[in-house]
Design a protein around this ligand. Structure first.
Ligand SMILES: [Zn+2]
Length: 460
């Protein structure tokens, strides 16, 4: 007996197939409402629209106001007969659509072309909201209930670093008890192979500033006064060697090693190194890395990236100035179990020890990393259901190289979390002509439905 028969999913899948057009229309409705967090555009309206869609399915919903920032949409659909509770995280905000002239159709028109919906936010993250809604609806319409209780958090500030999610999680911690969670993104990898991501890196974002003069001066004074620009460069050069190793004392102390099972998954993870080099326009990777070393670095190496440097005159022609100050922005990607608070102190101590105690540090963001154990039951559920729905062995990604607030779910709430959904490569997220493939939207909906069914049937 197949898994679908065993869990009686055939009728649920049939319902999803029969209502594909409605899933697309709901996605288009979500896309036509602009919701740009960076520009404060349309967020309240979007929150109300999302809430209404949850209300229509019978969720108990609220718009949770935050001290400063758009509300979190929170919904509960509890089944008193179900043994398990699944928590879902999504975001209703999107990236700015600019530059508009590069779009082939209006980013808010949600035009359908070649089997895709084109809109800002279509893939990131509105299709995942639409697919989860449709999966839940399919259970309600065919069975009258969902196989597990659902608690759904949909925030409006993910694209600007989720500055108030911590506040929400702290207030709702007691209500957010559950057995596992589904993260906001995920879907098909290259070659239409399903991918399951178990973790995200953390982030410490720092601005550095050095001032050595009271005002900008004639550069003749460079003979007698220290330049803040040179000083900043010297300070920065103590932070990392030429091959990407971070030189701050103690930086790697808390880095958690991969488990044997995680290493196995990394080994199996496909990575086309030549393609990646071409894509990045580089002849080699740091330290000549290749194979498993390269995958380990992408999934598990802390980084100290210089995101920007500015000082002095950078305009046309020449201007001989000795600037009074110099600035840099750095993003440090963190891995489990690095603590941003501790690293911040280590960074300060390091600069002092190296004679750069005058370098001012301003912290702009700090989020620890998240990584769900590969042995968690929900990982097994995601794998088995991916095989069932896509008829392919899924890739399990131990961690994305990117960052996000998953830590609040995995660590603060203690929920094993998997990132799965209806995304696909070439969807141009954060770029012009963002799009969502309709076939993957429907398949991804079935995947979510299968996960809900199988998760609800877990006995342990
Ligand atoms: Zn995004």
């Amino acid at each position: 007996m197949s898994q679908a028969q065993e869990l009686d999913l055939e009728r649920v899948y049939a319902h999803i197939d029969a209502h594909g057009d409605e899933i697309v229309e709901r996605l288009r409705t979500l896309c036509r409402q602009p919701s740009v967090s960076a520009q404060g555009l349309g967020l309240e309206e979007m929150a109300r629209l999302v809430r209404r869609m949850l209300d229509e399915l019978g969720f108990q919903t609220e718009l949770v106001p935050l001290e400063d920032g758009p509300p979190v949409v929170y919904g509960e659909l509890l089944n008193p007969n179900a043994k398990k509770t699944l928590v879902i995280y999504n975001h209703y905000d999107v990236q700015p659509p600019e530059p508009l002239e590069l779009w082939e159709s209006d980013p808010w028109a949600a035009e359908v072309r070649d089997g895709k919906v084109y809109a800002r936010g279509a893939a990131d993250n509105k299709a995942n909201i639409a697919s989860r809604l449709a999966a839940i609806e399919a259970f309600l319409k065919t069975r009258g209930e969902v196989p597990c209780s659902i608690k759904w958090v949909i925030e409006g500030e993910e694209e600007i670093g989720s500055p108030h999610l911590r506040e929400f999680i702290e207030r709702y911690k007691g209500r957010l008890k559950g057995d596992g969670a589904i993260w906001e993104f995920g879907g098909l990898d290259y070659g239409d192979v399903p991918g399951i991501t178990l973790g995200l890196k953390g982030m410490l974002y720092v601005e550095l500033r050095v001032q050595t003069l009271g005002r900008d001066a004639h550069s003749a004074n460079a003979a007698i006064v220290e330049s803040p620009v040179w000083r900043l460069i010297r300070a920065l050069s103590t932070l990392q060697d030429g091959e990407g190793r971070i030189l701050v004392e103690g930086w790697y102390d808390d880095v958690r090693d991969f488990t044997p099972e995680e290493l196995e998954a990394l080994e199996r993870e496909p990575l086309d190194e030549e393609q990646l080099k071409r894509d990045l326009g580089v002849p080699r990777f740091l330290r000549g890395m290749t194979g498993l070393e390269l995958k380990k670095a992408l999934a598990g190496a802390p980084t100290a990236n210089l995101a920007g440097l500015w000082a002095g005159y950078t305009g046309r022609g020449h201007k001989t100035v000795l600037p009074k100050e110099a600035h840099a922005k750095m993003d440090f990607r963190l891995v489990p179990d690095q603590d941003p608070q501790k690293l911040k102190a280590l960074l300060r101590q390091h600069l002092e020890r190296h004679g750069f105690g005058d370098v001012e540090l301003t912290i702009q963001a700090e989020t620890p990393a998240a990584r769900t154990p590969i042995t968690a039951p929900i990982v097994q559920v995601a794998r088995e259901t991916a095989r069932e729905v896509f008829q392919k062995e899924p890739n399990v990604h131990v961690s994305s190289g990117g960052s996000g607030p998953m830590y609040h779910f995995t660590t603060v709430l203690g929920l094993p979390t998997v990132a799965i959904g209806c995304n696909h490569p070439y969807s141009n997220t954060h770029a012009p002509n963002e799009n969502q493939r309709i076939d993957v939207l429907v398949q991804g909906t079935k995947w979510i439905a299968a996960v809900i069914a199988r998760f609800g049937a877990l006995t342990a």
